[in-house]
Ligand binder design. Sequence first.
Ligand code: FES
Length: 93
Amino acid sequence: MSIKVCDANDLQSNSAYVICDVFALSSSPELSVYVCNCNAIRERDALAAIDAGAATVKAVFTHCQTRPQCAKCVCDIRQMIDDAQVSLAMAAE
Ligand code: FES
């Protein structure tokens, strides 16, 4: 599976496809990149937490059974949550 980079036009015209892509990516080997080095949280772990309903960074940490340490990853995790919420909102329109 490849990671599809989307822009705003893609989101508006193919919102259902993008939603499927976002959540299908949670099991993608390409997302074995760590989003949180302190706690070894990979992007796919964070996406799985978001898919399970984590709507805050704290909820992602809780889902992963960890706690923030240096907090360098907070903005990246927050961005992942925001992106997922935008995708869901556009799909609902
Ligand atoms: S990188 Fe996530 S707490 Fe340090």
